[in-house]
Design a protein around this ligand. Structure first.
Ligand SMILES: [Zn+2]
Length: 147
């Protein structure tokens, strides 16, 4: 069990949980664990927040690929762009997930797509936002894992 200070130090370590540090600022139980959303959606958002996924930012970590080389192959091939394949890129930016994003995020979310918007969505305590973000992430991670 972490003390608050140990936990803060652990999440500030840059090698992992880079985004986590920005959407988990308080040592509290997450809303998705207590509000009774469907099990698979709660699991999906928990795994996403904890970097338990198959995006290259995490796969590269297991294969000792330098962080700057953990790029999105889709964007490299389609746009000749070298962009880190991280949670934020998949969530808001990558064209590969446009259909999922249009179907499960942009049908209810009409605000910005900058990093701060990403952190705001992932740290929201509003039950409806937690529910709809969880559903979107469930489908997004299915799309990531299908490839
Ligand atoms: Zn991409």
């Amino acid at each position: 069990m972490y003390s608050t200070l140990d936990w803060q130090t652990a999440i500030e370590t840059p090698s992992r949980c880079y985004h986590y540090n920005n959407f988990k600022s308080l040592l509290t139980v997450e809303k998705n664990l207590t509000m009774g959303i469907q099990f698979q959606y709660g699991i999906a958002i928990s795994k996403f927040r904890l970097s338990n996924h198959r995006l290259n930012i995490e796969l590269g970590r297991y294969n000792n690929v330098p962080k700057e080389n953990r790029i999105c192959y889709f964007c490299q091939q389609s746009n000749n762009a070298n962009i880190i394949d991280c949670e934020y890129h998949a969530f808001f930016k990558c064209d590969k997930y446009d259909i999922v994003r249009q179907s499960y995020l942009f049908i209810w979310y009409v605000h910005g797509t900058e990093r701060l918007d990403f952190y705001a969505l992932l740290s929201s305590q509003h039950p409806e936002i937690v529910k709809y973000v969880s559903i979107y992430i469930y489908h997004l991670m299915n799309a990531v894992n299908d490839i």
